[in-house]
Design a protein around this ligand. Sequence first.
Ligand code: NAP
Length: 294
Amino acid sequence: MRSEASASTVANKKLAVIGDPISHSLSPALHKFFIDRFHLPFSYEARRVTAQDLPNFLREAKSSGYRGFNVTIPHKQAILPLLDELSETADAIGAANTVIIEDGAAIGENTDVSGFLSMIRLAAVDLSRREVLVIGAGGAARAVIFALQQAGVSRIFVCNRSPQRLQQCASWMSTTLAKKWEAWSWDELEEMVKNQKPEIIINATSIGMHPNIEQSPLSAAFFSPAMTVVDLVYNPLLTRLLRDASQAGARIVHGLNMLIMQGVAAMELWSGKQLDIEAKLPEFQKILVEKTQR
Ligand code: NAP
């Protein structure tokens, strides 16, 4: 799904990110950068919207000049039944992080999938025919798993701490994935890495995120120079997982470019304009890192 609108013809100018809590969100900084640098005709604000207020906010967004909004914790799944239409991706994953208002209708999209694939492309990592371990089974993990299938990996291993969430993810994979996949329990993680030797390991949990910066899902002994290790966490940029993997000679990819590129994808849908962000990435990464350190 892609909006046909061009920046000059977009009538609705308001954008927002909604969640509860919302004060920690980097989305306003992200989108204000795009609005400023690409001269886009939008305003962008953070709005605290409780679960109870979600239907009211949606009515307001459809009737009072909103072009769209981002959705964050805890509404990414809860918003789905309130929307008029879903992209194939949002429908398949069961979560939306972006909503576009088009002729009074609210359309849900999930740009974490393209954000993840752009991050991988920018890091020049080849996913095709690779065996990949995804640690985590929440919303981000599902977006990553869906993206891995699109990128042509050969097998996906998923490991998660809570058996219940692992089971829910396994049921979802059995109906959504055509690729080979396996679900592993948390206490089997190290044995799994030792025996199956996945070529790419992706952390899609919040382990290692500020303030728990010394935590890692896997101890240093399990990394090798043949591996690529990706962490979706972007605060800090170099998590314990990535530091250990790098010391063992593995290639590492941090999560900041995924954050940026999922935002680019959302802004492209709202504006109808292609944003040539790559030359601006270093400047933008610096701004975001400074924000996370405040
Ligand atoms: P979520 O749906 O709440 O899922 C959280 C996941 O983390 C679950 O698998 C949970 O396992 C696991 N987890 C949390 N604390 C853990 C711990 N101490 N030990 C083991 N597992 C733990 O959240 P999400 O939306 O998937 O986000 C997950 C992470 O990805 C967050 O850090 C988020 O910031 C990051 N993310 C980054 C981007 C980006 O653009 N770079 C985009 C989306 C998400 P249980 O089931 O056992 O609770």
